[in-house]
Design a protein around this ligand. Structure first.
Ligand SMILES: [Mg+2]
Length: 408
């Protein structure tokens, strides 16, 4: 699971800036985790929630896991809306019906790695992989890709050699793994299908000599770099030790970018560590709690400053505060935003309303209005203010996560 996350972070800056070479900066300050990591976390949390049900095969456990996968994917999708989701998947996240849409994209394979660690038999691994893929990627190829990566992790971590693993994948899924990276690289371009990226990720793994070497192989192919490196990294983690300096850099980036908390790594700490070879001596991946992050202000200070600024604005904009906080005004404003069209000369008014909703602690509405202003390409000053408000909300959300949450 950490291997997948590291691969995603390394590949993130090369996805739209392909580098057809193994010499590149492994991790920079701009390297960040993307949809691949968040969806991996989603599946890991769904598995943890259904832990006993799956192990004891309790009635309805398959449906429960299916539902939990959706719940957590939507949760992470909302928590990290700008993580680089494919357009159809982004639509699926927003569409309340959440019907599977027959995807054969590599999204099913990029998120499946926790299954390879969770299950205690190959048969279970294959079966559970299908459930984690099905909510969106119910196409035969989408399912196959997920099964191949999950089964691969299971086999490798339980002692299969690379040759045995290669034979199994070839015989079971029909991927051509006899190709060489040097032959694939020159003509390889951006493919998001499982069929055209899962076998390539596997070959990157097969040719690698260490964890880092596998990741470099994967990125050197070009194409959908973060996802290929995510899948290859997930396989590499099963048999290679992850160097401490890489883990430390990844952690440092995560802390600076304020993306994730300890809970997001529960699965790794509770399940993966216990099943990894003792020889690796790997430590748990502990992120600080939100309130331990190195912020230059405390929650109270930040909140007070944020809240006071909003109050001042609201007093100016809403009749000196006479109707502020009343249900009537709130209802009126909800009606008003329905008819205001962002980008059509009403962005200033929308911003006033966003500030109001921020002030009365309707944070999700406030965030949504800010987004609509920013997306409309409002005038520079209004856009800047909407951006600032959104930034403040994100900071507030981050430092207080666990205390309040507007997305669940
Ligand atoms: Mg990505």
């Amino acid at each position: 699971m950490i291997g997948a996350i590291i691969g995603d972070m390394v590949g993130s800056i090369y996805e739209f800036n392909n580098i057809k070479d193994k010499r590149f900066f492994l991790l920079t300050k701009c390297s960040t985790i993307t949809d691949d990591s968040f969806m991996t976390m989603a599946i890991s949390r769904a598995l943890l929630d259904c832990d006993e049900d799956i192990k004891e095969k309790r009635d309805g456990y398959e449906q429960k896991l299916y539902d939990k996968c959706i719940e957590y994917m939507v949760y992470y999708g909302r928590r990290f809306p700008d993580a680089g989701y494919g357009s159809r998947f982004a639509k699926w996240l927003k569409d309340e019906s959440r019907k599977p849409y027959g995807s054969y994209g590599n999204g099913s394979a990029m998120r499946v790695s926790p299954v390879g660690w969770f299950c205690d038999s190959l048969e279970d691994t294959l079966r559970i992989a299908v459930i984690t893929a099905s909510p969106s990627h119910n196409h035969e190829e989408g399912i196959k890709g997920a099964q191949a990566i999950a089964a691969g992790i299971y086999l490798l971590r339980t002692g299969s050699s690379k040759d045995e693993f290669k034979k199994y994948i070839t015989d079971t899924f029909g991927y051509n793994l006899d190709r060489k990276l040097d032959d694939i690289r020159p003509d390889y371009s951006f493919h998001v299908s499982c069929e055209k990226s899962v076998p390539e990720a596997i070959i990157a793994f097969l040719e690698g000599e260490s964890f880092e070497d596998v990741i470099r192989n994967a990125v050197s192919l070009g194409g959908d770099s973060d996802t290929i490196a995510c899948m290859a990294g997930a396989l590499a983690e099963a048999i290679y030790e992850i160097p401490e300096e890489i883990r430390a850099s990844v952690k440092e980036n995560l802390i600076e970018q304020r993306e994730v908390t300890r809970k997001d790594f529960d699965f790794y700490n509770l399940v993966v560590i216990g099943k990894k070879s003792k020889a690796f001596g790997e430590q748990s991946f502990n992120m600080p709690n939100p309130w331990e992050y190195p912020l230059d202000h405390s929650i109270e200070e930040f909140y007070k400053g944020f809240h006071d600024r909003l109050r001042d604005q609201v007093e100016i904009n809403f009749e000196n505060g006479k109707r502020v906080g009343t249900i009537e005004l709130m209802k009126e404003l909800y009606e008003e935003i329905k008819v205001l069209e962002p980008g059509k000369g009403c962005d200033k008014r929308l911003l006033e309303i966003a500030e109001y909703f921020g002030y009365i602690k309707r944070y999700s509405t406030c965030m949504k209005i800010c987004d609509s202003i920013i997306e409309s390409g409002a005038d520079a000053e209004t856009g800047k203010k909407a951006n600032q408000l959104k930034e403040d909300l994100r900071t507030f959300y981050f430092i207080s996560r666990g205390i309040i949450s507007w997305d669940r």
